[in-house]
Design a binder for this molecule. Structure first.
Ligand SMILES: Cc1ncc(COP(=O)(O)O)c(C=O)c1O
Ligand SMILES: N[C@@H](CCCC[NH3+])C(=O)O
Length: 430
């Protein structure tokens, strides 16, 4: 898919906006998203599923909960896969209809279940039997039936990083596929539930369709068994997981290849299929714009110290993830360097011994493929400002999430009443 990031007159642009203009207006580090790229991936994913007759697309809000991003995706006909009441708030604020929301998540609180019932969301993905029992009781007390599916753990190795694999039997997600029939039968007797099918999600950043196909095939057999036992199965949620090429040489399954596999495996299922893509929609639509602060000598290679850090983009520190690093004004020269941020941890390192565009202090650069699981996983560690976000549309750009400064964070903190008294007395005088 052509991305609207290109070098014009020697300067990297996002759509028609030169990145130095954004750095001058907003400062760095900052996330920059492209509306054109978001729309293109949302449409490509939908187009890939053209052969699936009945489907519902729910963007995984965890990948990028920015209100502007969600508003754009709502206009593209996407609902949302949410995992907390906070994500529900974001999706509803973006104008997504409550009926288009799917509540996943292994630790939903009773308050969250109540809030989701209040809102009238479209589907609860039950992670364990007890959750179904509690939800059924809450819904029945309101004279309602909660629309629900049972999440099943198919015990398939998705072949992704262990920390983002979710469908192996040792993972915390879903009920064991061997137990699913019995649990389903018990939950189906509860009046407060409108139990209508199955959900799975085996992991994220999947580079191979094989494990997905194996998992879907297991679900197909389960659907047949449940129907044979007399259950009306009308919905199957196939989750998300489609991977992206983070390295220039990586090749990932296209949405068309994914859609063809889905259409083939589910041909006889006769259900509405639900999809929860996150990374595929938002990942390539965003970069993290940063400035080089220093280039300092290292034991082997020099360290390029940038003003973005692990608190702004956690993926390299968490999963040793690779994000391409590109100079905003590439000279054509190359260097071998380590790239690190200012945070006081050696893990705050984006790359070691990597061949990159030659950069010097004061230069701007971007980390690519940062639109998913970027800003949303940011923190204020080291009392660093929470990173802002900018959305580009053609030759316009707008700040769509403010930088939260340490002063604002300090203002949100309070001394306990007794400490306030003590703090008023200088230590020496006490
Ligand atoms: C239940 C569920 N659905 C959807 C997603 C989105 O996954 P991805 O961003 O890989 O498409 C996730 C994250 O792995 C998830 O846990
Ligand atoms: N946060 C992970 C993905 C987790 C997906 C959520 N289940 C990442 O950055 O790749």
């Amino acid at each position: 898919m052509p991305l609207p990031f290109d070098c014009r007159d020697g300067v990297l642009h996002v759509e028609d906006v030169p990145l130095p203009a954004i750095a001058a207006a907003v400062g760095t580090p900052t996330y920059v998203y492209s509306t054109a790229a978001l729309r293109a991936s949302a449409r490509a994913f939908r187009a890939g599923l053209a052969a699936v007759p009945r489907k519902q697309l729910a963007f995984a809000v965890k990948a990028n909960p920015n209100l502007a991003v969600l508003t754009l995706l709502a206009a593209e006909g996407y609902g949302a896969d949410i995992v907390s009441a906070g994500e529900m708030l974001h999706a509803l604020a973006a104008g997504m209809p409550a009926r288009s929301l799917i509540f996943s998540g292994v630790g939903k609180t009773r308050r969250e279940l109540a809030a989701a019932l209040d809102a009238g969301i479209g589907q609860f993905n039950l992670e364990l039997e007890e959750e179904g029992v509690v939800l059924a009781a809450m819904a029945a007390a309101r004279g309602e039936r909660a629309p629900a599916v049972l999440r099943v753990n198919p015990d398939v190795d998705a072949g992704t990083h262990a920390k983002i694999s979710t469908g192996r039997k040792q993972n915390k997600f879903g009920v064991a596929i061997a137990d699913a029939g019995a649990i389903y039968a018990r939950l189906a007797t509860l009046h407060g539930l409108d139990l209508r099918g199955i959900a799975i999600h085996i992991g994220s950043q999947l580079s191979d369709l094989g494990p997905l196909e194996a998992a879907y095939a297991r679900i197909g057999r389960l659907v047949a068994e449940l129907r044979a036992a007399g259950h009306a199965i009308t919905h199957v949620d196939l989750g998300g997981g489609l991977g992206l090429a983070y390295r220039p040489e990586e090749v990932m399954p296209s949405p068309a290849a994914y859609g063809a596999m889905v259409a083939r495996v589910t041909r006889d299922w006769d259900v509405t299929l639900l999809f929860e893509p996150g990374r595929f929609i938002a990942g390539d639509a965003g970069v993290l714009l940063t400035e080089v602060l220093w280039v300092k000598p290292g034991a082997v290679d020099p360290y390029v110290i940038v003003d973005a850090a692990m608190n702004d983009l956690a993926r390299p520190a968490l999963y040793d993830a690779y994000h391409d690093f590109v100079a905003v004004r590439p000279s054509g020269a190359r260097m071998t360097a380590n790239i690190a941020g200012p945070v006081c941890e050696s893990g705050d390192t984006f790359a070691m011994g990597r061949d990159i565009d030659d950069v010097a202090a004061g230069d701007l650069a971007v980390f690519r493929t940062a639109g998913a699981y970027g800003a949303t996983m940011a923190s204020t560690y080291n009392c660093r400002a929470l990173v802002p976000e900018v959305l580009v549309d053609g030759d316009r750009f707008a700040l769509v999430a403010d930088r939260i400064t340490p002063a604002a964070m300090l203002a949100a903190q309070h001394l306990s009443p007794w400490m306030a008294d003590e703090a008023a007395v200088p230590r020496e005088a006490a």
